[in-house]
Ligand binder design. Structure first.
Ligand code: ADP
Ligand code: ZN
Length: 517
């Protein structure tokens, strides 16, 4: 009797991985790969991406090539697969040439199902990279290919050659973190423009979101920890020095904390990780180097002592809490000093404009007056219709008024400008500014020109941010930060949806008060 495909997928899942059912989109993805479709999989960390290429590798003839930047984790992954009876190996520069030769032979003779290779080491296996040997190409951490992404790695940029030289081999790109622009860039660079996209929901309802001004951070943190005795947590800091200072301060207050950063040697870092995983250390104060590949389900909270560089990073970091699905907390401290410092870091980078634009989105998130989860999900292209009820804004809502007309004005200006202008020009058009750029482009003839001269420039700016935060329009980072309409805009422009806005806040005033404290 031949098995129906979905039956054989389940049998294989049970036999090799011991699971009784697929999670989320796993089965559809497996099927797409087995049927040789290119795929892009975006799933949160812990969502179960590995099965999406490991299972097809067992059903396809030949070797699945897995490109992964995490050399440190390859051995563990391969050992895990072998323990499940799957022929797997890794290939990297730490191996002797004898071992490398042996692995290449195993590929050529069809003895392997999975081969993990770092992008830098692909050159070493290039003679066995042909369609006879290779059944599928999996690109893990695929966001590393894109300079729009937050963790760009030049070694990823050459990976387009894989599809170019093996055009009939399916490519499956996987990542836990990619906004729309990054996703488009991944498809283009990997030369898989028609890939099937599987975007899992990013909603982690169990994580309570909160943002506070950074005044007296340490006192606030100690109070927060004292309310949560014995709960595991991570405190992310911008600098090595800060991780050490915060850990020291906590220890002098009797809290069981350690610090972690790239300045520690390998043994020291491993020890901190292990002690944390095995609950010997309650709290780790760390730079963002901490957490990649750490599988600890009972992290109860994540604090950002400093402002993260961008929303992708923030979301990935808070996502390390509450993996067990139980209640977790994410607390972010917001300070203007951090914004300035991060701006300075971005200056001179090859993708400076992108970094600054992403930082501005991060800042807008902290200043939000609407449900923070809506903003986060909106950032990843997911629309949450109702407020989440589990963030500080939902729990303590500001006063709203009916901003439908204001929203309509903004959105129709964006529409008339064909989504080609950044917010500054949109505001100039609304306010009817007669400056050189407006005149030159003939915008004075637009129907929306001057329909908002009654509202101050800075207030328009905040209203636009509120609309972005609510998903009614978006910034196209790859088109000079032009404001564009979204699927959601139609509801306001054509379907009579009401939009709630809050009165603009005078941030200069707040800043002055914050500086005095
Ligand atoms: P990701 O790569 O997306 O971070 P992994 O592939 O490492 O996630 O999977 C995360 C965890 O979920 C692992 O412990 C894995 O064993 C488990 N897992 C994956 N798929 C399933 C499934 N269908 N049923 C039960 N557990 C699963
Ligand atoms: Zn909310």
């Amino acid at each position: 009797m031949t098995l129906k495909p979905h039956q054989s997928y389940l049998t294989t899942l049970k036999k090799y991985f011991g699971y009784d059912s697929f999670r989320g989109d796993q089965q559809d993805i497996v099927e797409a790969v087995v049927n040789k479709n290119d795929c892009l999989v975006v799933m949160p960390t812990g969502g179960g991406k590995s099965i999406c290429y490991q299972l097809p590798s067992l059903l396809l003839e030949g070797v699945t090539l897995v490109v992964s930047p995490l050399i440190a984790l390859m051995k563990d992954q391969v050992d895990g697969l072998k323990a499940n009876g799957i022929a797997a190996a890794f290939f990297n520069s730490s191996q002797s040439s004898g071992t490398q030769q042996d692995i290449i032979e195993q590929v050529a003779t069809g003895k392997l199902k999975l081969l993990y290779v770092a992008p830098e080491s692909l050159q070493g296996v290039h003679y066995v990279l042909n369609e006879k040997n290779i059944s599928c190409i999996a690109i893990d951490e695929a966001h590393c290919i894109s300079s729009w992404g937050h963790d760009f790695r030049p070694s990823y940029q050459q990976l387009g050659f894989l599809k170019a030289s093996l055009p009939n081999t399916p490519v499956i790109a996987l990542t836990a973190t990619a906004d729309k622009a990054t996703r488009e860039d991944i498809l283009q660079q990997l030369k898989i423009p028609r890939a099937k996209q599987f975007i899992a929901s990013f909603d982690r309802k169990n994580i309570e979101l909160e943002v506070r001004p950074a005044n007296n951070r340490l006192t606030q943190i100690i109070r927060f920890i004292n309310k949560r005795p014995n709960e595991s947590g991570i405190i992310y800091c911008l600098s090595r020095k800060a991780t050490e200072q915060v850990a020291k301060k906590l220890k002098t207050n009797g809290v069981n904390a350690a610090s972690y950063h790239a300045g520690l040697n390998y043994e020291e870092r491993s020890k901190v990780q292990e002690d944390f995983i095995f609950d010997k250390t309650q709290i780790v104060c760390a730079t963002v180097a901490f957490g990649m590949g750490i599988d600890k389900s009972n992290v109860r909270w994540v604090i950002h002592y400093n402002l993260p560089k961008n929303i992708e990073g923030y979301y990935q970091e808070i996502g390390r809490s509450g993996r067990d699905g139980l209640k977790a907390n994410a607390l972010l401290f917001h300070s203007y000093a951090d914004v300035i410092q991060l701006r300075n870091f971005a200056r001179g980078a090859s993708n400076e404009a992108v970094q600054i634009a992403k930082l501005e989105r991060m800042q807008q998130f902290t200043e939000a007056t609407t449900c923070r989860r809506k903003i986060l999900l909106g950032y990843f292209g997911e629309l949450l219709e109702a407020n989440c009820g589990n963030c500080d804004v939902c729990k303590n809502p500001p006063q709203f008024f009916d901003g439908t007309i204001i929203a309509q004005k903004i959105l129709s200006a964006i529409y008339r400008l064909k989504g080609s202008e950044a917010s500054g020009m949109v505001i100039d058009v609304l306010r009817g500014a007669h400056n050189a750029a407006v005149m030159e482009k003939g915008y004075t003839d637009l129907k929306t020109f001057g329909i908002g001269s009654d509202i101050a420039w800075k207030d328009w700016q905040q209203y636009i941010i509120q609309l972005i935060n609510q998903g009614y329009c978006e910034i196209a980072f790859h088109k000079h930060n032009a404001l564009q309409l979204t699927e959601f805009s139609k509801k306001v422009l054509f379907e009579g949806a009401k939009v709630a806005l809050t009165k603009p806040v005078d941030y200069n005033e707040i800043k002055k008060i914050a500086e005095k404290e």
